[in-house]
Design a protein around this ligand. Structure first.
Ligand code: IDP
Ligand code: MG
Length: 148
């Protein structure tokens, strides 16, 4: 099934000037259909990560995600939601499989270089968070993203 998903290059990787390399890696595998550099405020970071509210790492995560710019990337491909999560690797870069983005570019469980939408945790909402000018067309089976 043709799907869309979201990847966000986190402030640690932007700071290390890994944006170009990560985009190249993604381009080799998927189609990029949207890209945006932005900086989150505290409210936005808390909203985006609301699912983690109450966890011990929540405050640190919000502080980290607001510490510098992020690059949000909208991707399209066959079964891309699952494929991207595999491509990105485990949350902890030390446990991520070799050649995954987090294994290559992440440095700790917190500073793990990228966010990738989890297919089980409302990727449509996450895509709309960074790309409100697009919307998911629920009338087509392939959930293509159309310009508003
Ligand atoms: P995911 O990004 O692989 O989906 P989640 O469990 O959804 O992992 O956690 C969201 C983000 O919160 C992680 O990518 C990481 O930056 C941070 N995080 C998760 N667990 C920890 C932890 O135990 N310590 C510090 N930060 C964490
Ligand atoms: Mg997650």
């Amino acid at each position: 099934m043709l799907e869309n998903t979201l990847l966000v290059i986190k402030p640690d990787a932007v700071e290390k000037k890994l944006v170009g390399e990560i985009i190249k890696t993604l381009e080799n595998e998927f189609d990029i259909i949207g890209i945006k550099l932005t900086r989150l405020n505290i409210q936005q970071a808390e909203d985006f990560y609301a699912i983690h509210k109450g966890k011990e790492f929540f405050a640190g995560l919000v502080e980290f995600m607001t510490s510098g710019p992020v690059v949000a990337i909208l991707l399209q491909g066959e079964n891309i939601q699952e494929r991207l999560r595999k491509f990105v690797g485990a949350t902890d870069p030390k446990k991520a499989e070799k050649e995954t983005i987090r294994a290559k570019y992440g440095s700790s469980v917190q500073y793990n270089a990228v966010h990738a939408s989890n297919p089980l945790e409302n990727p449509e909402q996450e895509m709309a968070f960074y790309f409100p000018e697009y919307f998911i067309d629920n009338n087509t089976q392939d959930s293509k993203i159309n310009r508003k």
